[in-house]
Write a protein that binds this ligand. Structure first.
Ligand code: ATP
Length: 433
């Protein structure tokens, strides 16, 4: 069955990627069962490539199995029960994924949205797809300093209509003048309205309107904004004339808007309107792997046009283990402070960390962190032997570094402090088991 499918795909110049080959940007996995082992393999492959799972076999794939394949990381699942191969189904999906991958790899995306973690890269791919292939509103949620603003700017850069980017920070809107900021006003509409003025809705016409901190939008303005979105027209304050406007709406908030809706502080109808697509920027603590690439990125901005200094091992460990309640903004500020204290050639050293930010005491570094201890505790409680625990921890480290290094064995080996050959042997051994 697998060979027949491979032949049919080869006819359309599509190479079938074995489930255990993690080198390509796309994977086509042909599955004949949905066992635990298959799902584990799929999980590995999809951390590196976009995987289309083709479920071949005489028995129809159950919906539950399809969900399980998606949960294991497959980007899509095509059941292929009766050997009638619809190549177009495969080619259409691959073409879209390739287009998304290319866009996500363009300098305008890569250099602005820095991050190597799987969570961040998955987010960037989905943002690129929503931005470039739809015109729908997007709600960006996430803690403060996680990059919501940057994501909004990236969506604007990828937006098909290419109009201007109009930003309105809803936390600065007063009850009295907020309406004028959004809709504009006529001369003499209220005390102090000496001249007529356009609002954000007029400025955004033909482009993108970004409402930052949308959770702060006063209820009275929420109703008016909803009407403007539904009818694509609005009235300036003090005017009887409707004006048309067409824009793409992006909103960001660090509030839980669904909770706000339940508590009656945000209109449900507006919420569903602005949240046609949703994306969440993960906090930095959920993607520690991004800390050093981000720190290096900020250093290169600070040091430009001269090259950025490196980070010596002590500083790397300091940045990796530090807490970041303000997320990436916090990291950026910490890097900036260390950079300002740094003098002369050579890498940043721990002496560059301001005294009041240094870890208290000289004890061992704060690794392993408590979550690691909890995971090991769970493995021990499940009765796993030491060999299995050690192997799993090593496998995970290899998997993470390979994903960050785009599958490059040499770079991954250097980062893990092993030889190229040793890593290759270990990967081969894993593929056989
Ligand atoms: N992935 C990233 N790559 C490069 N810089 C980033 C990234 N994420 C965040 N930053 C930087 O961190 C800072 C905070 O980002 P941003 O303003 O986009 O966060 P935010 O989620 O909108 O914050 P807030 O909710 O407080 O408005 C900015 O200086 C931004 O350039």
């Amino acid at each position: 069955m697998r060979e027949r499918i491979a032949q049919a795909l080869a006819h359309a110049h599509i190479a079938l990627t074995p489930v255990d080959d993690r080198s390509g940007s796309h994977g086509l996995a042909v599955l004949t069962d949905v066992s635990g082992a298959t799902l584990a393999q799929l999980r590995q492959l999809s951390s590196q490539a976009t995987v289309l799972a083709i479920a071949a076999g005489p028995a129809a794939l159950s919906t539950a199995d399809s969900w399980a394949l998606l949960a294991a990381g497959a980007a899509d699942v095509l059941p292929w029960p009766d050997e009638r191969i619809q190549i177009e189904q495969v080619t259409a999906r691959l073409a879209r994924w390739e287009a998304v991958r290319k866009l996500a790899d363009t300098p305008k995306v890569r250099s602005a949205l820095v991050g190597a973690s799987v969570a961040w890269r998955t987010l960037v791919r989905s943002v690129v797809e929503i931005a470039a292939f739809t015109d729908s509103p997007v709600l960006i949620t996430g803690e403060t300093g996680t990059g919501k603003d940057l994501i909004a700017q990236a969506i604007h850069r990828l937006d098909r209509r290419g109009g201007r980017f109009t930003v309105l920070d809803c936390s600065t809107l007063s009850l009295d003048l907020g309406g004028s900021e959004l809709f504009g006003h006529e001369r003499g509409a209220f005390t102090g309205a000496a001249t007529a003025r356009d609002g954000a809705l007029a400025q955004a016409d033909g482009g993108v309107l970004f409402l930052d901190e949308v959770g702060e939008l006063p209820l009275s303005l929420q109703a008016q904004l909803l009407r403007a979105m539904q009818e694509h027209s609005y009235k300036r304050i003090g005017s009887n004339h409707w004006q048309r406007t067409e824009f793409r709406l992006l909103c960001a908030t660090n509030r839980d808007l669904e909770q706000e809706v339940l508590q009656g502080r945000f209109r449900a109808d507006l919420f569903y309107r602005i949240a046609a697509w949703r994306c969440r920027t993960p906090p930095l603590r959920e993607r520690r792997e991004d800390v050093l690439p981000l720190a290096t990125h900020f250093l290169s901005l600070l040091a430009a046009p001269a090259g950025a200094p490196g980070l010596d091992p002590g500083v790397r460990e300091y940045f990796m283990t530090r807490e970041y309640p303000g997320n990436v903004r916090d990291l950026r500020q910490a890097v900036t402070r260390a950079w300002h204290r740094h003098v002369g050639p050579g890498p940043l050293t721990i002496g560059d960390i301001p005294p009041d930010e240094r870890p208290v005491g000289t004890g061992p570094a704060a690794w392993p962190d408590p979550r690691f201890e909890a995971a090991i505790g769970q493995a021990v409680a499940l009765g796993m032997p030491l060999s299995r625990i050690t192997q799993a921890a090593g496998e995970l480290a290899i998997q993470l570094v390979l994903a960050q290094e785009d599958g490059n064995n040499q770079r991954a080996a250097a980062r893990l402090g092993v030889t190229d050959r040793a890593l290759q042997i270990r990967r081969k051994g894993r593929q056989k088991t």
